[in-house]
Design a protein around this ligand. Structure first.
Ligand SMILES: Cc1ncc(COP(=O)(O)O)c(C=O)c1O
Length: 374
């Protein structure tokens, strides 16, 4: 191991340097077009992303949180409604539910994939929607769930913020349910150069409603407002960059997968780190390369940092453990237990995995991981 090699968790400066031409190209095209809001660049990315995911429609919005919030609003979810969400996810999945005035109902997750348990969901008369999160980029086949929910009149929203390009049974994530919500936050597999998001749907009415809601509830003409909307538009500079990057997403996802496979192989006899048991259902895009710590996580993180490997934790708390969901209003969450979510929160560790990690860095990473056993 060369002691000078360091592996940042996700080197954003390198990301920008690598994409300098596209960043500059996007800025130039904005000047040339004269559009700083909306315009052809946004429409082009929407049509590119819809074609890529094989969805009928894609609607660009400002970020991933708004994508979920607007999808809920477009489906008419609001006060008095219950929405089923995984206990272990990024906070945005729940915040979107809270922001539309609905009640989040938590369900525990699988320790194998970190995805929500979808058998025996706690559906009541008040349940209006279920949000499934394809966490860490692992795609779950939701065909049966979508069929069952449709019969019950319950909507299925997929949070695909971490899973751009993930497919299962030949279908892209986000196309199983009524709406698929994406974040294009810079570190995502399809990242922008700032905040950005989008929703895909096969339902033309939902698409129309999303387009209105993202733009002050716009009606047919200027200053005609039919919905209580918000300002959540996708910037054309982000759209231009995203259209360019979309062309290399499949290759970049393959690179992430290869790194994840190499690291996983290197951990076969590790006594302190165990990969998540992701039983392959489809194309896993490894947004995050997550392992389970069988020793003290803080100490393992420190030891790795000492040999130049930066790690992170996604996430150190399940959502019902967060202060913002521990107030008296959310007392009802305590009636149930979420042991797997709490176990993951205590033991997961994310290792660096970015598509341009070179052989030298990869060797350094696997050697650093091996050194934890000595
Ligand atoms: C699972 C999940 N949902 C939603 C979001 C929200 O996306 P954004 O940061 O673009 O608002 C994220 C972003 O990190 C996420 O990981």
């Amino acid at each position: 191991m060369t002691s000078t090699t360091t592996i940042p968790f996700y080197p954003l400066k390198e990301y920008l340097e690598r994409h300098r031409d596209w960043v500059e190209g996007a800025a130039t095209s904005i000047i040339d077009s004269g559009y700083v809001i909306g315009g052809e660049a946004v429409e082009k990315f929407e049509s590119d992303f819809a074609e890529f995911t094989q969805a009928k429609h894609a609607v660009g919005v400002a970020n991933g949180l708004d994508a979920i919030r607007l999808a809920l609003q477009a489906l008419g979810v609001g006060p008095g409604d219950e929405v089923i969400v995984p206990a272990f996810t990024f906070i945005a999945t729940w915040l979107a539910v809270t922001q539309v005035g609905a009640t989040p109902i938590a369900v525990d997750v699988s320790t194998e994939t970190a995805g929500m348990n979808i058998i025996d969901l706690p559906i009541t008369k008040k349940t209006k929607a279920v949000i499934f999160v394809h966490l860490y980029g692992y795609p779950t086949d939701l065909t049966n769930l979508a069929t069952d929910l449709k019969k019950l009149g319950v909507y299925l929203i997929e949070d695909c913020a971490q899973a751009q390009g993930a497919r299962v049974g030949g279908k892209h994530v986000g196309t199983f349910g009524d709406a698929g919500c994406f974040s294009f936050y810079p570190t995502k597999n399809l990242g922008a150069i700032g905040d950005a998001g989008g929703v895909i749907t096969n339902n033309t009415e939902i698409c129309k409603s999303l387009k209105s809601l993202r733009s002050y509830g716009a009606g047919k003409s200027k200053y005609d407002h039919i919905d209580l909307g918000m300002n959540s538009r996708l910037d054309p500079i982000q759209a231009t960059f995203l259209s360019a990057r979309l062309g290399s997403l499949v290759e970049e996802n393959k690179a992430r997968l290869q790194i994840a496979e190499e690291v996983t192989r290197s951990l076969v006899s590790s006594k302190v780190l165990k990969p998540l048991a992701r039983k392959t259902q489809g194309i896993d895009v490894f947004h995050l390369l997550v392992v389970i710590c069988e020793g003290n996580r803080d100490q393992l993180q420190k030891n790795l940092l000492e040999v130049g490997v930066q790690t992170d934790v996604h996430y150190p708390k399940a959502i019902h453990q967060q202060a913002c969901y521990s107030t008296s209003e959310y007392e009802y969450l305590k009636a149930k237990k979420y042991p797997s979510s709490e176990y993951l929160a205590q033991n997961v560790l994310s290792l660096p995995n970015f598509p341009w990690m070179n052989d030298e860095r990869l060797t350094h990473l696997t050697e650093a991981l091996a050194s934890l056993d000595s």
